[in-house]
Design a protein around this ligand. Structure first.
Ligand code: GDP
Ligand code: IMO
Ligand code: MG
Length: 428
């Protein structure tokens, strides 16, 4: 039975929340494998909107076990806030599980995140300020705090003291802020222990047993390919691996068990935060995409940078993720344009390239080469069959499919769960 990975193919906010929710109707487990509450995933059910940051989008589906995998970084305050919020709305997170190996975002790393940005000055990344980067850095530096540490008070205190030994020096001497009391941090973390305990699992064991028993598992990525620490536009990236391989390291499920990798792709492109973006539109067309697409961040409320579809990026994402399918979202937002440009190549310092430039400097210099596709004017939000789309909308999808060399298996024509055209079953 299938293990299906859902990833973002661009710079995030492609509609992974909606895709996960929709596919999640027919699965047993939805597991997040990377990132933390830097993510903002929107799900719209019967007109009611939910925005998830840390909770897997499957949490609303009866019968689904939502899991926060070992590759995720967990802000405990945010976790319980989100649980309380959905409970206030009559939903339950009672079946939520968390990996014992997931790392915790201690409050000092939120401070470190903002301080680092400040010190970068005009080279800043525009992070979400949630402490993501410093927490992954601690993990790699082997001074991180894990969920399991909540259940051994002396180890926890020792680890918090160890981490702050290094950081307090920096806070005090470089940033001019008061040193942080490790015992107060440990007390705060320990105050969550009893609530976390019933949720804690060995995610690798639970998921592999589930797959052995013929259950279906959906792996939900946060962020996206171009924000990947290895494969994205470094250093303008997040600090985890949102690409498909991250689903394996972030949950303890081996690559041989993954059946398909679904890339979610917006019909156009958006980016939040700093960094190169070849098809960015700084004109009225960009404003129009932002307004018509409602392109404002779910997590920070920042206006998203908008541009035309970049098929070089989509093909790159197909390669580094080994995509089997694409889910194209927001095709409805492109209605009403006379022609729609699609970027098919770049000019980089006088040379035409159709693959991602070898170096980051090359990508910074990339000028988009556009192909103009004819647009359509008909309202497509009510369309549910591909052949009922205006012929130019069909051609737009088919051209991107051709350029990406991956089939487009579903198309979003609205934010609601039902506003989708399915061409190929993704859980077959
Ligand atoms: P995620 O981070 O990848 O889950 O995406 P976000 O939730 O941050 O942003 C996607 C936005 O697009 C949300 O507001 C969704 O409700 C909305 N959305 C998703 N799919 C579609 C679609 O096909 N059409 C329209 N109009 N909106 C969509
Ligand atoms: P979802 O899952 C869009 C961006 C930030 C910043 C960079 C680093 O909703 O697609 P971080 O706080 O992660 O250290 O910030 O990454 N970023 C996102 N952009 N969608 C997201 O998540 C993002 N998560 C992080 O804006 O540029
Ligand atoms: Mg988002």
């Amino acid at each position: 039975m299938p293990a299906v990975v859902v990833v973002g193919t661009q710079w995030g906010d492609e509609g992974k929340g909606k895709a996960t929710d929709q596919l999640g109707q027919d699965v047993d487990y939805v597991v997040k494998f990377n990132g933390g509450n830097n993510a903002g995933h929107t799900v719209v059910i019967d007109g009611e909107k939910f925005a998830f940051h840390l909770l897997p989008a499957g949490v609303l589906t009866p019968g689904v076990t939502p899991i926060i995998g070992n590759g995720v970084v967990v802000d405990l305050e945010v976790l319980f806030q989100e649980i309380a919020e959905i409970e206030e709305r009559g939903k339950s997170a009672a079946s939520l599980k968390v990996s014992a190996n997931a790392h915790i975002i201690p409050s000092y790393n939120r401070l470190m995140d903002r301080a680092t940005e400040k010190f970068l000055g005009d080279r800043q990344l525009g992070t979400t300020g949630r402490g993501i980067g410093p927490t992954y850095a601690d993990k790699m530096n082997r001074i991180g705090i894990r969920i399991q540490d909540l259940f051994d008070e002396s180890i926890l205190r020792q680890k918090v003291r160890g981490a702050l030994d290094q950081k307090n020096d920096l806070f005090e001497k470089v940033l001019g802020v008061e040193p942080i009391d490790p015992e107060a941090v440990a007390d705060e973390l320990l105050s969550y222990a009893d609530r976390v305990r019933p949720m804690v699992i060995d995610d690798s064991l639970v998921l592999n047993d589930a797959l052995d028993a013929g259950k279906t598992v959906l792996f939900e990525a946060g962020q996206a390919t171009m924000l990947d620490i290895d494969h994205g536009t470094y250093p303008f990236v997040t600090s985890s691996n949102p690409t498909a391989g991250g689903a394996c390291t972030g949950t303890g499920v081996g690559p041989t068990r993954i059946d398909s990798v679904v890339g979610v792709v917006k019909a156009y492109t958006t980016r939040v935060g700093e960094g190169p973006f070849p098809t960015e539109l700084l004109d009225a067309d960009g404003d129009r995409l932002r307004e018509e697409g409602g392109e404002y961040g779910v997590t920070t409320g920042r206006p998203r940078r908008c541009g035309w579809h970049d098929a070089v990026v989509t093909r790159y994402a197909a390669r580094v993720n080994g995509l089997t399918d694409l889910v194209m979202t927001k095709l409805d937002v492109l209605t009403g344009h006379e022609t729609i440009p699609v970027c098919v190549a770049y000019d980089v310092d006088g040379e035409r390239v159709t693959e991602m430039p070898l170096t980051q400097s090359g990508f910074h210099h990339a000028e988009p080469v556009y192909e103009e596709l004819p647009g359509w004017t008909e309202d497509i939000t009510g369309v549910r069959r591909f052949e009922d789309l205006p012929v130019n909308a069909q051609r737009y999808v088919e051209r991107i499919e051709e350029l990406a060399r991956v089939r487009v298996s579903a198309i979003g024509v609205g934010a609601g769960r039902e506003a989708t055209i399915v061409r190929h079953e993704l859980l077959g």
